[in-house]
Design a protein around this ligand. Structure first.
Ligand SMILES: *Cc1c(COP(=O)(O)O)cnc(C)c1O
Length: 363
């Protein structure tokens, strides 16, 4: 079996794969009602929220679009805080739907600076909403969401957060940090296949929903809430097999305990980074904000990055990701989120160590 170590999709435990093979049920019937209630209640524990968590069928980007169209009106001034590919994509979505986007961009590999965000909010008094990426998967950087949330909420703005590759692996207590909309995706830290986005909505988030005038139908949070509250259903046919997978994966997560899951990701992030340093490979992300779910490694002069990933994949059965956009050929990325153990890290590091000289690397 190969080690799939890209930052999503991530490997699924055998129990979860088995659940994916369960026979279909009526998504308007009692078995489904029971299952979606259990999944939603467990998701709330991971999101650490007493507000609503909605299950939307679609990929993470669908969740990002939903986060935009449910909280904004065309012409609304919104501050996009971006430090990579996914932040830029999200700004683009908001722009596509007619938001007046103020772009605040940070150097790729660096985290967003809360003081600079504070200044940007002060300099742009019309801003209603702030969009922030919690964990930028393209660069392997985790923002200090607690500090960022504080400046945004102290200023009285709506805070919408892309935590697609963070939530479930990194702490993001939605209620405590007052995050209005937090978005995740099933195929990242959840040990579940692709197919669903999960979104929490605060009280202020629901007020924004009422005021929002961007066109939406499929992604309408209000329809999703009504359907869940009144019937324990989704407005449209959900990805039922992904809900099965969630049921089992969340049971496993509850058993491990979310604090233990966060600690495991921290330990594993450290082990991966230490391993890279020991090989003499430079880390791309600012070490003070290095992500514990994805590690970005700069490709040194002597290393043929393409050959490296090919040998690693074909000979040693470890699949890692390349860089995106301007980082293509400059970095490779190791995903270590969801189902990942210290034993996996040993295998990954051992495979990389063997591959490096074969792909030309000289220390
Ligand atoms: C994966 C990811 C996305 C996109 O999710 P898709 O499921 O591919 O649409 C967006 N933002 C971040 C931070 C991600 O890691």
């Amino acid at each position: 079996m190969s080690q799939l170590r890209v930052p999503g999709p991530t490997p699924c435990p055998p129990e979860v794969l088995k659940a994916m093979g369960w026979q279909m049920v009526n998504h308007r019937g009692p078995e489904y009602h029971e299952m979606i209630t259990e999944v939603t209640e467990n998701l709330k524990k991971v999101f650490q929220t007493k507000s609503d968590v909605l299950l939307l069928t679609g990929s993470g980007t669908g969740g990002l679009e939903a986060g935009v169209v449910n909280t904004m009106s065309p012409g609304d001034k919104v501050l996009s805080v971006s430090m990579g590919v996914f932040g830029d994509r999200w700004a683009n979505i908001a722009k596509t739907f007619g938001a007046d986007v103020v772009n605040l961009k940070f150097e790729w590999g660096k985290a967003a600076d809360p003081d600079v965000i504070k200044k940007a909010i002060n300099d742009n008094p019309g801003v209603k909403t702030v969009m922030v990426t919690h964990n930028e998967t393209s660069t392997g950087v985790t923002n200090d969401m607690k500090a960022i949330a504080k400046v945004v909420k102290d200023a009285g703005k709506l805070l919408v957060v892309d935590s697609i590759s963070g939530m479930g692996s990194l702490p993001l207590p939605v209620d405590e940090w007052k995050i209005d909309v937090a978005i995740s995706g099933s195929q990242k830290g959840w040990m579940v296949p692709p197919g669903m986005a999960m979104v929490s909505v605060s009280e202020a988030g629901w007020k924004a929903r009422e005021a929002a005038k961007m066109p939406n139908f499929y992604w309408d949070f209000a329809r999703a809430k009504k359907s869940y509250d009144e019937k324990k259903e989704n407005p449209w046919t959900p990805a039922i097999s992904v809900v099965y997978a969630f049921k089992v994966a969340l049971e496993m997560m509850m058993k491990e305990g979310i604090e233990n899951i966060f600690k495991r990701h921290e330990r594993i992030g450290n082990l991966i980074r230490e391993g890279m340093k020991a090989f003499g490979l430079p880390l791309f992300a600012d070490p003070t904000h290095a992500s514990n779910t994805v590690t970005s490694v700069s490709i040194p002069e002597s290393l043929d990055g393409k050959k490296f990933r090919q040998i690693l994949r074909e000979k040693y059965k470890v699949v890692v990701a390349g860089g995106q956009q301007t980082l293509d050929g400059k970095i490779f990325r190791i995903g270590h989120l969801g189902m990942v153990t210290e034993k996996d890290v040993k295998e990954i590091l051992s495979a990389i160590e063997k591959t490096l000289p074969e792909a030309g690397f000289k220390k």
